[in-house]
Design a protein around this ligand. Structure first.
Ligand SMILES: C[S@@+](CC[C@H](N)C(=O)[O-])C[C@H]1O[C@@H](n2cnc3c(N)ncnc32)[C@H](O)[C@@H]1O
Length: 304
């Protein structure tokens, strides 16, 4: 990689983690959305005999803290992230956990040191996901496994995908009739319309170009050395009746909107927000819904 490309990648990582810094408080305000995925992440993981667990892209520590609760005080739990703001919040919440500032693509951790790795909604933030998976493989001890959850559209040829598409088909009509607003696309689209830009710097290649991510991520896991790689997809949704909270959830969790809005002036941001809230109120007044559909692909792999 040329030094210019290296600089771009480093810049992306700093900006990505930095974009969360001022949202540490808001980040933990949506437990109704995060708890179901958290439960399913733990249900997908094999933590039997686990005494040392690492959470990659820990954010405010939701996974690490739940791991500490489940594994008890004798377990060593560490969470790594690059956002100072989120790490500070994590440290305030749990004193017994090691929350460390570290790049997932270059872990300052000895080889073969952990019994399990968990990672929730972080992989798509890494410009070189293969490198991050190589690092996860390296720091796991032989016999241990990694369980990674990432956002993805449903697998094309699967019962879960078919059921999901059938269940969501009435939404097409509601959308066409202006009786449904979906997060994060509504705010992302509004921003693209109000402030068009040629820049695509808000998301990594993997996040921007592929929506059905299973095949790609499974082959990256295998290429990193993991064996027995399996995956499971699940869709979730949450309805909002308060337009302000519908704004906040997209402001915090959509990488595109969070970064684009942070780059705008205060007055431009307020302009976007007022158009957004006005549209939400109109949809609700007409009997429509504000919905945040989200999904996770849970991928498991073992180091033999
Ligand atoms: C969507 S958040 C998920 C946080 C947490 N796992 C959760 O589910 O609440 C993605 C996280 O990845 C972190 N991140 C982004 N790039 C990173 C990198 N290169 N190394 C480590 N963490 C990174 C961000 O700072 C952010 O905390």
């Amino acid at each position: 990689m040329s030094s210019q490309d290296r600089f771009k990648v480093d810049r992306f990582k700093i900006d990505d983690a930095g974009s969360y810094d001022s949202f540490a408080e808001e980040f933990d305000q949506f437990d109704e959305i995060r708890q179901p995925v958290l439960r399913d992440l733990f249900a997908s993981a094999d933590l039997s005999g686990c005494g040392r667990l690492l959470d990659i892209g820990t954010g405010t520590g939701i996974v690490a803290i739940e791991a500490a609760r489940r594994l008890g005080p004798k377990a060593t739990i560490a969470g790594i992230d690059l956002s100072d703001g989120l790490l500070q919040s994590a440290r305030r919440k749990a004193a017994g956990i090691w929350f460390l500032k570290m790049d997932a693509e270059a872990l300052g951790i000895a080889t073969d040191s952990f019994d399990a790795i968990l990672s929730l909604f972080a992989l798509l933030h890494f410009p070189d996901p293969k490198r991050a998976l190589d690092e996860m493989f390296r720091v796991l001890r032989p016999g241990a496994s990694a369980t990674i959850a990432l956002g993805s559209a449903p697998p094309r040829l699967s019962w879960a995908g078919l059921r999901h598409r059938i269940a969501r088909s009435p939404d097409l009509l509601r959308l066409a009739r202006g009786r449904l607003l979906l997060a994060p696309w509504f705010l992302d689209r509004l921003l693209r319309e109000m402030y068009p830009s040629d820049s695509h710097g808000e998301e990594t290649e993997l996040a921007r170009h592929s929506h059905v991510r299973g095949p790609q991520v499974l082959s990256l896991m295998r290429a990193a050395g993991f064996s027995g790689v399996t995956s499971r997809w699940k869709g979730y949704e949450h309805s909002f009746d308060d337009p302000e909270r519908f704004w906040l959830v997209q402001r915090v969790y959509s990488s595109f909107s969070r970064k684009r809005l942070s780059a705008l002036s205060e007055s431009d941001r307020e302009r976007v927000k007022s158009v957004f809230l006005e549209r939400c109120r109109r949809v609700l007044a007409g009997g429509g819904r504000l919905v945040y559909p989200y999904a996770a692909l849970f991928v498991n792999g073992r180091k033999r």
